[in-house]
Design a protein around this ligand. Structure first.
Ligand code: ATP
Length: 357
């Protein structure tokens, strides 16, 4: 069932469009992530869903009801926003109790609910601790407990983990995702971190300049990006300007011809085309393998070996490729070595070039 529907939602600040005719359906129980570079309109869109900002035009429907002009405090959504910090003078339990008090939940029910939430966020022993004495991750968990205390039908998270260091952030991503799945609560999360979106989301909405560039499951977007902008924003990629013959072959910047799988939605050969190949799809072969289809000669110029994975930079005539492999898969790579880089046809995607500004 679709829970939340946005129809042509638009927000203009003076003459500038922060959000420009966004149509979107968020299904029940899913976690959807708004992802995009700074200033693309993610937060403004989330604030309109929250009721903290009124759309210039368009409508927001929730569970079949038009809520476009319903004030935030009447929407009963849970929110974790940077601007809605925990109350520093209160304990963990008092913070979590706050929305329950607002709703005049009776004391016995409140006590039960607080105990349940403390278990859920795995901080039962910290009920009476002032929130100022918690770590960043613990504070974040309390903020989430407070947001879900009154069992909202929709949870809105705006960069909830941005203040945390990398390791804690990764751990919290998993924790929040597991909690969201356990509760089955429909959630929208804003982030500019593609790895975070890929870890947590059922669906990613990639935004570009106030519009939706692509919506889909994380791996579908990773494998089949619709444009250079999306290809570049999601994951690492080799993106090369190519000339496309309109069928199944392209010429690379060095003039080499390679075969590609003809895309279902073939870009027009007259437009600017980019070839995308992900680093893990490039196969490095010894020179002794000899020439072959889609095999390019190159020289290794840099190796980043971090133990679990190896990243190699290969200089081919006219362009550079980044390759992701492991020392087990491709042993003995060293800078200066001559190699062959094979680009499997089915891994070569063609996308329309990013439009000039
Ligand atoms: P970030 O990741 O940096 O938070 P964002 O994708 O969330 O960015 P928004 O905060 O939604 O982007 O902003 C989108 C655009 O709208 C930006 O150009 C911003 O400057 C503009 N904007 C946002 N709020 C206002 C406001 N209250 N008044 C005027 N312009 C605004």
């Amino acid at each position: 069932m679709t829970h939340l529907t946005l129809q042509a939602v638009t927000k203009r600040f003076n003459a500038a469009y922060a959000v420009d005719h966004v149509d979107l359906s968020v299904p029940d129980g899913k976690l959807v992530s708004f992802l995009g570079p700074s200033g693309c309109g993610k937060t403004t869109l989330l604030r309109m869903i929250a009721g903290l900002e009124t759309p210039t035009s368009g409508s927001v429907t929730f569970a079949g009801r038009d809520i476009t002009h319903v004030p935030a405090n009447r929407r009963d959504f849970g929110m974790v926003f940077q601007s809605l910090a925990l109350f520093p003078h209160m304990t963990v339990a008092e913070n979590i109790a706050y929305p329950l008090r607002l709703r005049k939940t009776d004391k016995a029910a409140r006590t039960r609910r607080i105990a349940e939430l403390l278990e859920l966020i795995q901080l039962p022993h910290m009920a009476n601790r002032p929130v100022t004495q918690l770590s960043g991750g613990q504070r974040q968990r309390v903020a989430i407990a407070r947001a879900i205390a009154s069992s909202p039908k929709l949870l809105l998270l705006d960069e909830p983990l941005s203040a945390l260091d990398a390791k804690l952030r990764e751990a919290m991503q998993v924790e929040i995702r597991l909690l969201q799945q356990r509760l089955g609560i429909t959630t929208i999360m804003v982030t500019h971190d593609q790895r975070e979106a890929m870890t947590m989301a059922d669906e990613i909405v990639v935004m570009e300049k106030g519009r939706i560039a692509q919506v889909g499951k994380p791996l579908d977007i990773y494998r089949e990006p619709v444009s250079e902008f999306v290809a570049d924003f999601i994951g690492l990629g080799n993106i090369l300007p190519v000339t496309y013959d309109g069928r199944d072959s392209v010429s690379l910047p060095g003039g080499q011809q390679i075969v590609v799988t003809r895309p279902a939605r073939a870009p027009d050969a007259s437009t600017d085309i980019r070839l995308l190949i992900r680093p893990e799809d490039v196969c490095v072969k010894p020179v002794s393998m000899g020439a072959g289809p889609n095999r390019l000669s190159g020289t290794v110029t840099f190796i980043r070996d971090v133990g679990a994975s190896v990243e190699a930079t290969i200089d081919c005539a006219g362009f550079t490729l980044t390759v992701a492999t492991t020392s087990r898969e491709t042993p003995g790579l060293v800078p200066g070595m001559a190699v062959l880089a094979e680009l499997p046809a089915q891994a070569c995607k063609l996308v329309a070039a990013r439009q000039a500004h």
